[in-house]
Design a protein. Structure first.
Length: 283
């Protein structure tokens, strides 16, 4: 059943584990008084437009935006008259990050920079939280706490990530190029995750052919070669700085098995991981 638009803010009952997800579809006559909570709130805007007022400061938002309301911040929401907001909120009590007190200080406040990859990652985390909350499977409370910490860490790290810049291009292509640039910047931190080029292109909202063209234009090489280089470079650091097994290093670097690791390493370095390690350690 589709949730009907409401004219009043959603009433949120915080569970004992300190994490909950709530849905809010605003009616045209939605009204909200100034509120503040003993928790951080992370909002993902599904649709519509409006303004978050944080400590008296207006923060405009659109579909795809992520807005963070810190603990005890006075806030209210005012919708666009013709396009009221639909959004998901995640409310997280400070007890959730008590073992990492510095995490709360690193969280951003207000709307995050409009970065498509970051928006997609936050949306994915909110979906996982919502799925666990809805299904209530054994261990779901602990899973929600873990996912909430992961979401907070993602937000904290976003403060240190500068959005990519590129020359102004009046053609529509410029938007797609910026999307690929953002993906490339994020790939440097997520190269170890399993991925297929068709899935990546679909996630970014473009055809495989367009994605491959823009990726080569941005990086000067193919997606597979770029990804392999990131993985091999990481494996080289581990080969030099640790005494871990080649199997363990291959796994951490994102290779699915030893044979693909050996092939990728040989192609880039012209030798095997074992020989490369021995040669480097003799220097």
């Amino acid at each position: 059943m589709t949730k009907k638009p409401t004219a009043q803010p959603t009433v949120v009952a915080m569970p004992t584990w300190g994490v909950c997800v709530f849905e809010s579809h605003h009616a045209a006559d939605f009204r909200m008084l100034v509120s503040q909570h003993q928790a951080v709130e992370v909002f993902y805007v599904l649709g519509g437009a409006g303004v978050f007022e944080l400590e008296g400061r207006p923060v405009p938002c659109l579909a795809g935006d992520v807005v963070v309301v810190p603990v005890n911040h006075r806030h209210r929401i005012e919708d666009h008259r013709k396009k009221p907001l639909s959004l998901y909120g995640v409310r997280i009590h400070p007890d959730v990050w008590q073992r990492d007190p510095a995490l709360g200080h690193h969280l951003p406040a207000g709307r995050l920079p409009r970065d498509k990859m970051l928006s997609l990652h936050v949306r994915a985390e909110v979906r996982r939280l919502l799925f666990e909350q809805t299904c209530c499977r054994p261990g779901y409370a602990g899973m929600m706490v873990g996912l909430a910490l992961q979401l907070l860490a993602l937000l904290a790290r976003s403060r240190n990530s500068s959005p990519p810049t590129s020359p102004f291009d009046p053609r529509a292509v410029s938007t797609l190029r910026e999307t690929v640039e953002a993906y490339v910047a994020e790939l440097k931190r997520r190269f170890f995750e399993p991925a297929r080029i068709d899935g990546v292109a679909k996630q970014l909202g473009m055809s495989r052919r367009r994605f491959t063209e823009l990726f080569r234009d941005v990086t000067g090489t193919t997606w597979s070669d770029y990804l392999r280089a990131l993985r091999v470079d990481h494996s080289k650091q581990l080969l030099l700085q640790t005494n871990r097994s080649v199997l363990s290093i291959a796994f951490e670097s994102g290779f699915e098995d030893l044979s693909s690791f050996y092939r990728g390493f040989q192609r880039q370095e012209g030798t095997s991981p074992h020989r490369w390690r021995r040669h480097q350690l003799k220097k």
